[in-house]
Design a binder for this molecule. Sequence first.
Ligand code: AMP
Length: 471
Amino acid sequence: MFDKFKDECGVFAIHGHPEAANLTYLGLYALQHRGQESAGIASSNGREVLCYKSMGHVADIFTPERIGALHGSMAIGHTRYSTSGDTVLLNAQPFSVACNKGNIAVAHNGNITNANELRNDLEAAGSIFQATSDTEVILHLIARSREQQIESALREALIQLEGAYSLVFVSQDRVIVARDPYGFRPLAMGTLEVSGRKVCTVFASETCAFDLLGATYIRDVEPGEMVIVDSKGITRMQFAPPQKRSQCVFEHVYFSRPDSVVFGRPVQLSRERMGRLLAREYPVDADIVVPVPDSGVTAALGYSTESGIPYRQALIRNHYVGRTFIEPSQAIRDFGVKLKLNPVRNLLEGKRVILVDDSIVRGTTSRKIVRMVRQAGAREVHMRISCPPTISPCFYGVDTPTKSELIAANNTVEEIRRFVEADTLSYLSLENLQDAVNDGSDHFCYACYTGKYPTELVQLQQRLPLEASRL
Ligand code: AMP
C-alpha cells in the first residue's frame, strides 16, 4: 500500500524572509542529489498556504512565475526520489490541507514504519487518503487531534509515529520542524541575514543548502525536539524523550554531499578517513587508484593518500544524463552504464587498478564498471568498498532493495568478487567505519550492515517475509 522503504528525500524550511519561496528554491537546488523524482514548495502569506509541486528536477519545475506566485515570508520545500511505480504526482510533497487548525503543509524525510497500521485506523475512522505516501498520515493525525493549538496537535500526532522522520511544516503564521527521537535522518538549523542586523531562521537536511544561501549553521535539531518559529521568535519543545541515537551512517558513506556537515561532522572528513582506513586494512600492490565517480571520489583520495599510489580519474562521468533520452533501437551492450561513465583508455592501459566505490547493492552496476575498466586495458582490477557488505534493507528512508536482491545478503565476499569479476574485492570493516565517522559513543545506525534495527517494530517486521512487508 505505502511505498515504504523507498523515499530518499531532502527537506528545507525558512521563516522571516521576504523572498522565502525563492530561497527555498535555492535550498532545494542544493539538495537535488537527495531526490530527483519530484519537488515542491509551500509558502505562507499569513492568510493562506500556497503550494506548487511537480515531477522532475527543481530547476525545471520552478519558473520565476511559479516562484513569484508563492507569496509570503515563510516556506518549506521538498525533493523526493522513488524507484518504483509509485512515482505519481499525488505522492509529491509538500502535502497541504485545510483543517480545523488552519492551513498546514508538511514535507518529510524518512520512513514511518507503523504508517500502515495508523492509516488503517484512520481510514476505519473515516479519513480519506489521496496518496500512498506515509507522510499524509501525519496530516490526518493532526487534523483529528482534539488539541486546539497546532503544536499540541502535532505533538500528539508525532508520539504515535514510529520510525524515521525529519519533518518541516508551514502553517498560516509559523514554521515548525521536528526530528524523531532516534535522530535517524539529519536536520540542521541555521540563520541567515535578511537586512542589516535582522536575521531569519533556516532548516535543511544538509548544510550545503546553507552555503548556497550564505546562511550560518548553528546546530542540529535534536532527536525528539520540535522547533517552532513565529513572529515572536524561536521556541523549542522536547515532544518525546530522546532514544538511543541512531544517526544513519549511510548519510556519511554515500548519501550526503561531501561539502555538507551532517550530524555535526563534515562528511568529507568521514569519507576520506574511510578511504585511508581501507588502504590500511586492505593494501594491494597496484599502479593507480581510480574512483567510481562521484560516489567513490573522496574515499579514493583517502586510499591514495594513505597508500602513496597515485589517484587517477580514469572514469569520466557525464553529469547531464537526463531523465529522458532516445535509446538506440539496436541493443548496445551495457548502454545504461556507458551513458553515465566512460573510461580514459590511456590511463588504464596495462595498469593494475584499485577501483574504489562506496557500496555494492545488487552488484550489477559494479560488474559492468569492472568490465569497462578491463576492456579499456587494465591488467588487474582490485575493488575496494568504503563500507561493510550491505546485508539488510533499510526501513528508515534509504532506498535499499529487499534481502533477496541484496547481493551481500546471499553471497560471501568471494562469491561477490567472482560475480563482479574483480581480481580482489575487500570491504571496510564495521570497526573502521565506526572509527571513520568518529562514533566513539555508538550514536549511529548500522542496521544495513548488521541487520540489528534500533526500533522494536522493525524487529517485528523482520519476522515477516520481507517481500510481504514491502507491500
Ligand atoms: P550495484 O553494483 O548495481 O550494486 O551498484 C552500486 C552503485 O550503486 C554504487 O556506485 C553506489 O554508489 C550506488 N548506490 C548505492 N546505494 C545507492 C542508493 N541508495 N541509491 C542510488 N545509488 C546507490
